[in-house]
Write a protein that binds this ligand. Structure first.
Ligand SMILES: Cc1cc2nc3c(=O)[nH]c(=O)nc-3n(C[C@H](O)[C@H](O)[C@H](O)COP(=O)(O)OP(=O)(O)OC[C@H]3O[C@@H](n4cnc5c(N)ncnc54)[C@H](O)[C@@H]3O)c2cc1C
Length: 377
């Protein structure tokens, strides 16, 4: 399947299986788990691992190909579904970095949608510092057992595989693969946004676990995976902003107030122009990241600083456009189901999940200081 065939297949899947159901799933608090099987059968989940990492990946090219999945799903109008269906290659790539054998074993069932994998890193006391992990693992014969708590885990109530960070007695955080079972207690959470994506608080009670990679290697394995997640979230934010802006523009051109279209009145028209300008700038920046990296001969990943800038810029822009969209729609934008109302709630989550705005700024400013010191040496 080449990139164009993949794009068409994805678009057809979103039209047939997602777009018209979104409002109902958001109101009901979950999309059906069977959607993974249907997406797997449609061949749209088999994306995102290089052929070095695992066999049978029909789409193994650069960042742009991986971003196609999240972009195509986001155009369906629900960030919750895009994250739910389109994030599996983030934990999978971390597993592949630690153990190709383990990745090869679990990837086929994730790609065909019979199993889900969730990334379980954040703990209730705080998630920004990935070193500050209280969950711990103990040896149990040739394997391990994990105890501890993880919070805000997407698809945590139903993922069969959980990629968990925990500390061994004599090393820093390590990654473990846990198969969900009776030793993993799951408490559903009700999030501000992404309402169709079940989130969970998980408690591990001596849960059997498999070490992925070397003891103490969690941060090394997670670095490229989290970079991939942040690129994903930047793409999700900018795609959502474009979708919402286009709807807002169409509505403002059509809606008549005092004898003329809302988009013809000077103040709203200028606000549309400002949003359109910002949108074009950030789209260009995100596109440049996607097209310059990961293809043959190019570095696999953009610099962390560029990724952090892309995530923050796209997220802030989505927040701005979402505010404008609610304002333009008036009270209609304040009640569900409406794209503006949903995006307004969803946008807040993107500034926190996957590394908060402040943590992204820390990455950016660290680089600025380093460059300044080097240029003054
Ligand atoms: C919608 C959503 C989905 C999520 N899904 C998952 C998931 O599937 N798996 C998972 O493991 N986690 C998940 N998370 C958790 C997410 O990774 C964390 O929310 C994030 O890492 C921030 O951690 P925290 O929320 O605990 O905030 P904290 O770390 O407690 O931080 C609180 C505040 O302090 C600020 N802060 C923290 N450190 C610094 C610093 N050094 N300098 C300046 N300010 C700082 C933060 O920016 C934030 O504003 C999800 C979160 C959300 C919102």
């Amino acid at each position: 399947m080449n990139a164009e065939q993949f794009r068409q297949r994805l678009e057809a899947f979103v039209e047939a299986q997602i777009r018209d159901q979104v409002a109902e799933w958001e109101a009901g608090g979950r999309y059906p788990a069977t959607l993974h099987r249907e997406a797997g059968e449609a061949g749209i989940l088999s994306v995102g691992m290089s052929s070095d990492d695992a066999p049978c990946a029909p789409l193994d090219a650069g960042l742009m190909r991986r971003a196609m999945l999240i972009r195509g799903l986001a155009r369906g109008g629900a960030q919750s579904i895009a994250v739910g269906l389109g994030s599996h290659f983030v934990p999978l790539s971390a597993v592949a970095g630690g153990s190709k054998e383990c990745a090869n074993e679990i990837a086929p069932s994730i790609w065909n949608g019979t199993h889900m994998i969730a990334l379980a890193l954040t703990e209730p006391h705080g998630g920004s510092n990935l070193r500050d992990i209280r969950s711990y693992a103990q040896r149990d014969g040739s394997n391990y057992r994990i105890s501890g708590e993880k919070a805000f885990i997407c698809n945590g109530t139903r993922a069969e595989y959980l990629l968990v960070s925990a500390c061994l007695a004599d090393s820093g955080p390590s990654l473990f693969l846990v198969e969900s079972g009776e030793r993993v207690r799951k408490q559903p959470l009700v999030p501000l946004g992404w309402r169709a994506l079940p989130q969970a608080h998980l408690t591990f009670v001596d849960a059997p676990a498999r070490l992925v990679g070397q003891p103490g290697s969690a941060l090394r394995l997670l670095r490229p995976a989290l970079a991939l997640e942040r690129v994903n979230l930047a793409v999700l934010a900018i795609t959502s902003a474009r979708l919402l802006f286009d709807e807002m523009l169409a509505d403002a051109c059509m809606r008549e107030i005092d004898g003329c279209a809302l988009a013809e009145k000077q103040a709203p028209a200028h606000r549309l122009a400002c949003s359109a300008t910002q949108l074009r700038i950030v789209e260009t920046f995100v596109d440049a990241l996607l097209t310059s990296f990961g293809e043959d001969g190019a570095p696999a990943m953009p610099p962390q600083t560029d990724i952090a800038m892309a995530k923050n810029a796209a997220t802030r822009l989505l927040e701005l456009v979402a505010r404008e969209a609610v304002q333009f729609a008036g009270a209609r934008g304040c009640v569900a189901p409406s794209l503006a109302e949903r995006m307004f709630r969803d946008a807040r989550l993107l500034a926190i999940g996957g590394g908060s705005e402040e943590v992204m700024n820390e990455i950016i400013v660290r680089d600025l200081r380093r460059n300044h010191a080097e240029s003054n040496r």
